[in-house]
Design a protein. Structure first.
Length: 348
């Protein structure tokens, strides 16, 4: 086996591609120490494919515990910084994803490389060996805002993790005994259907609306613990209408699908805030399902935007952690809506 190059070894060979760009060719090696190599590289070296997709000018080759990078000097140095950050992220969190490669690359290119692993690796909660953590800068800023503000609005398209991360922070607060209970709520009216039209008992009618909240909380706690906490009232999942007239003390309260509230419902909910409590309101202003003149989520920023200890976290397509196609779908719809609004303005 040929001898390994030291991590700081460089060689300028002047390939034809590099000559055309005026950037000499550079070769660097990174020692893949401190990680499980098979897990780090992924099935069929998926990590290499992800790195090459983000750095098309650079070739990556992994052998034993050594990753070799070769290409134009500038591109190689940038890619090396990304690899080092991803390696540190893997050491801290145990695994990296395709989204991690994309986000770390973006952060390095924006000059935030030295903080990427630290920002993205901090777990919120861990269950059954799986850590819930922010995967983008926007998500990290959202999570930090929840720590530092009493009321936080997480506004963004589907797939940005706004509800899931709010749930994780609620579980974390309960585990740390910062609150005595978790309250999860959402409007029980969507897509023009009202509870009275649904068959079954009131519990049967409510369940489809609250099931996503049950599923999220169940994925972050041991399966045998959740029913006990629900039975004791430590975790409460209820329609928004059930919040009227209450004062919510020492609670972490999450209002989901807030775009489907009226301004009056939003005011009612926010004024339930009691001592020692924290509220997170999540929603997507582009997905209002109700035939209402004004969404409570759309109106609230105009009303409370300058109020101290209230923060509005805006998440965008870059923060979507579902399939990459979802980001493109969101961007396409956003562009279509903007074009339609311009045409409407021109017509008037």
């Amino acid at each position: 086996m040929p001898p390994e190059l030291p991590i700081d070894a460089e060689s300028a060979t002047g390939s034809s591609d590099s000559a055309r760009t005026g950037d000499p060719e550079l070769q660097r090696t990174v020692m893949l120490a401190g990680v499980d190599l098979a897990s780090f590289l992924g099935h069929r070296d998926q990590l290499i494919a992800d790195l090459e997709a983000q750095h098309p000018e650079v070739t990556f080759h992994a052998r034993d515990q050594v990753l070799t990078l070769r290409g134009p000097a500038g591109a190689v140095r940038s890619a090396e910084e990304v690899v080092e950050e991803i390696l540190e992220l893997a050491r801290r969190s145990g695994a990296v994803t395709r989204r991690d490669v994309q986000e770390v690359t973006r952060m390095v290119h924006d000059g935030q490389g030295p903080t990427a692993a630290q920002m993205l690796s901090e777990p919120i909660v861990s269950v059954r060996g799986h850590a819930v953590r922010a995967q983008t800068r926007g998500q990290r800023a959202y999570v930090d805002a929840i720590d530092s503000h009493t009321i936080v609005f997480g506004v963004g398209p589907a797939g940005t993790g706004k509800t899931y991360l709010a749930m994780a922070k609620a579980v974390q607060a309960l585990q740390r005994r910062e609150v005595a209970k978790i309250i999860l709520t959402r409007p029980a009216v969507e897509a023009g259907e009202r509870l009275g039209y649904l068959p079954g008992t009131l519990e049967d009618k409510i369940d489809p609306y609250l099931r996503p909240l049950f599923d999220a909380i169940g994925s972050m706690m041991d399966a045998d613990v959740v029913p006990k906490l629900l039975a004791s009232g430590t975790i409460e999942v209820a329609p928004l209408a059930y919040m009227r007239g209450r004062t919510l003390n020492e609670s972490f309260v999450v209002l989901d699908e807030a775009q489907n509230t009226t301004p009056e419902q939003m005011k009612m909910f926010l004024t339930r805030l009691g001592y020692g409590s924290k509220m997170v309101v999540t929603g997507d202003v582009t997905q209002v399902d109700l035939p209402i003149a004004t969404s409570g989520l759309r109106a609230v920023k105009r009303i409370l935007g300058d109020v101290e200890d209230i923060h509005f976290a805006e998440l965008g397509s870059d923060d979507i952690v579902r399939h990459n196609l979802v980001s493109r779908i969101v961007d396409a719809y956003s562009a279509f809506d903007q074009s339609a609004q311009r045409q409407k303005g021109d017509a008037s």
